[in-house]
Design a protein around this ligand. Structure first.
Ligand code: AP5
Length: 234
């Protein structure tokens, strides 16, 4: 999505030579998907978003999709066993050999421990865990205005990142829709679940010296630049 700023180009060229295993943490609407898509495209590595994978399973009515449906629709976390098995299978695919941006996983300490085991078994290790820090008020404003492409998953916002043509994806021309779990009552539950269940994951990575805090309140380009700088320093 978009082109890199001139100043970012040398950093991107340098980072492309590395194997990067990156976790993006942050509340619902903090910008994990927006930043994850952009970074994966620039760094030419896989973008593995647990929410997107679960929504694909839902659409295809697979056993994983059926197991996840009720949890997603009311804003609760899908059980660890289901999500860990799904991510393990995804990380075994060939396109993850050069690196991965994990977006939305891990979300609990058992998931973080499982990720350590999966990566260790593949002789890989995490490069960086970036925590996109955003206030609950900003999260609500972002979720309320989000539109997503049904075809390619690109993310827009009515105010902060509008598509060129209303209702239509700039990239593939697909139809834009609002996620059913962005209903106001579910948004609030997702934010509460994040603060209750995912904050311990931040402490887990802080203890291991992998955590970098990113000011996620800034605009999309400024957040991106902070992420590139953190990766360059990692
Ligand atoms: P998931 O799809 O992962 O949802 P989420 O974590 O709630 O995150 P979002 O996708 O809502 O937001 P985002 O941070 O990607 O923000 P975005 O870039 O879109 O999970 C959905 C559900 O699946 C969960 O509730 C759970 O049930 C289940 N699930 C998923 N993973 C699981 C796991 N590991 N374990 C258990 N259950 C799991 O941005 C939001 C909006 O803001 C957009 O409109 C965007 O244009 C705009 N925006 C982004 N950045 C900025 C900025 N800097 N300034 C202004 N606007 C911005």
């Amino acid at each position: 999505m978009g082109t890199a700023y001139k100043l970012d180009e040398p950093i991107i060229a340098h980072l492309r030579q590395k194997k990067l295993y990156i976790v993006l943490l942050g509340g619902p609407g903090s910008g994990k998907g927006t930043q994850g898509q952009k970074l994966a495209e620039e760094l030419q590595i896989a973008h593995v978003a647990s929410g997107d994978l679960l929504r694909e399973h839902l659409a295809q009515e697979t056993p994983i999709g059926r197991a996840a449906q009720t949890y997603i629709s009311c804003g609760e976390l899908v059980p660890d066993g289901v999500v860990i098995a799904m991510i393990r299978e995804r990380l075994e695919r060939a396109d993850t050999a050069k690196g991965v941006i994990l977006d939305g996983f891990p979300r609990t300490v058992p998931q973080a421990k499982a990720l350590d085991e999966i990566l260790a078994a593949q002789a890989r290790k995490l490069t960086l865990v970036a925590d996109l820090k955003v206030s609950p008020e900003t999260l609500l404003a972002r979720l309320g205005g989000r539109w997503t492409c049904r075809e390619c998953g690109a993310v827009y916002h009515v105010l902060y990142q509008p598509p060129r043509e209303r209702g239509k994806c700039d990239i593939c021309g697909g139809e834009l829709y609002q996620r059913p779990d962005d209903r106001p009552e579910v948004q609030k539950r997702r934010i509460a679940v994040y603060f209750a269940q995912t904050l311990p994951v931040i402490a887990y990575y802080k203890e291991r010296g992998l955590l970098v805090e990113i000011d996620g309140e800034r605009d999309i380009a400024a957040v991106h630049t902070q992420l590139l700088a953190a990766l360059e320093a990692a």
